[in-house]
Design a protein around this ligand. Sequence first.
Ligand code: PLP
Length: 395
Amino acid sequence: MLQALQQLPPDPILGLSAACRADPNPHKVDLTIGIYMDEQGLCPVFDAVQIAQRALIEEETSKAYLAAAGDESFNTGLQRLVLGADSAALLEGRVTSIQTPGGCGALRIGAEIVHAAAPNAKVWVSDPTWPVHIPLLGSVGLEFHSYRYYDAASHGVNFDGMVEDLKNAVAGDVVLLHGCCHNPCGADLTLAQWEVIAELAEKQGFTPFIDFAYQGLGDGLEEDAAGLRLLVSRLPEVIVAASCSKNLGLYRERVGAAIFVCNDAASARAILSQAQSAARRVYSMPPAHGALLAGRVLSDDRLGGIWRTELVAMCQRINGLRSELRAALEARCGGDYAFIEREKGMFSFLGLSAAQAVRLREEHSVYMLDSSRINVAGVNAGNIDYIAESVAKVL
Ligand SMILES: Cc1ncc(COP(=O)(O)O)c(C=O)c1O
């Protein structure tokens, strides 16, 4: 039976990162995978998380399963972080959430709920979107349509195209939006544009499904949530896939939550039971360690304060790198790279062709996706000149 299966090609992102690790060139640079890296090229553990971890190890008395919905202080803390502690939907008791293995688990559980509620729902995804959205949401049997989003010529959002396309999304459809720090392009909606999306959703009745994997890495925790909170304040139903991989640095611990803003409290209770049943079918029980750490950080004022300060520093460093990369590229290559500074979060398209991206890998060991998406957080003082010089050589 197993022999009937063929070997698959490597994952387009993870495969390139593995190729970089195997590259003997001492100047190699990995700008592929979306993890935050510090000046030393390391993905650090937050101090707040280390403190929480020490306390957890001291105090933990059991490794029995968590509750099916996950850790309560984690769920409550994350709902407040995402929606705002003063969210009317929260105060009205019409929000529920389930702890999931990362944002990916949240996307999958969200998709399971959408499929259970509306098996013929179409999911509208931005063009381009994070490639993993397609298998994560598609494997439950949902159908996709795409809406125009990124305009390569202006390096910005083609908002007119987006609105025109979303006029075809109807009640019973789901529109997948990137809450902030769009992956792969880094081009985000303005608050005025989020207003227009809210109006469209009100008028046409589609349900927003917000992938919220980078809160705090664009402009700040509150600023990055502004568009999402606007939709929640205006619409009866919103689904959010939240992740603590990036903003708490808990990547490998697999911490996230599917948050459902429902029409009323009774519907929220029903959805929680459905989400628990979906999780039982997919992976049964949530992993504990990372969520217990995140729950401590999010529910403890002192730890929360330490974490917020660290996150601000991380966000400022990324934004600083954006300015430095712009300057380095303009100095070496000429042209206008101001878009890198305008974009948010970890990603940008450099605007190179696939052939140029391949040459960068093969001739200079600078690894980026064929789309020329780079992880800005992989840039540092030690490699920025080499990156800019290499880009100039392939242009
Ligand atoms: C757009 C987007 N959504 C969701 C995720 C979820 O990540 P995780 O499952 O590691 O929390 C990621 C991670 O890279 C992402 O880039």
